[in-house]
Design a protein. Sequence first.
Length: 215
Amino acid sequence: MNVDLANIRTEYCRAGLAESTLDPSPIRQLERWLREAIDAKHPEPTALTLATVSAAGEPSARVVLLKSLGDDGLVFYTNYDSHKGRDLESNPRACASFFWVLLERQVRVTGSISKVSRSESESYFRSRPRDSQLGAWASRQSAVIAGRGELDRLVAEARARFGESDIPCPPTWGGYRLTPEKIEFWQGRPSRLHDRLRYTRINEGGRWNVERLSP
C-alpha cells in the first residue's frame, strides 16, 4: 500500500465534555447527542456498530440502524436467524457504538439483549416500505446464496406470493432491545487527551454513577 497510514491524523478540537453539562440520565444525554447529529445533517446519524459474541466465543461486529430509543433501551430490527440473531440467542449481551465523526463524538453502550414484543415488531414492520417488507421475506439473512440472481428470484417469488395484499411480518424477523448497563460518552480533544465520561447503572430505579476515564 502506497499510503502512509501511520501519518494520517486528525486533531479533534470542536468541543469538550464536562461533568457539569451531563444530563443525569444517560438516555437523555444520548437523545441530546443524537438530535445534534441529526441537526448537523450527519450521514446515517442512527447507524451503530453492534458487537456480539457467539457461543464459541467468536466476536462479530456489523452496522445496524437504531429505530427506537427510550428509558428501556435501544431497539434495532433484524432476521432472528441471521448471524447476529444466532449469537444473541446463545449469548444475549452486546455492545453498540455510535461514531459521529463530524461532531468528533462516540458513544458506547453495553448491556443485555432481549426481543421486543411481537406486537411492537409487527407495528414497526407495517411502517416499512413495501419493497423492504418483501426483502425481509426473500432474504435468508447470512445464508450463502449462489449469486445475485438467486436473490432476485426469491424477491420475485415473494412479490408474486403476496400480490397486492398486505405483507405480514415474517415469524423469523423482529426487534431486539439493548438494555444499557454502561454508557460511555467520548468527545474528541486536542493531543488525544479526549474526554470520556461513563455512566454505570446502580439499580433498576434509574440511578446511575458517572466516572471520568483516562483517555
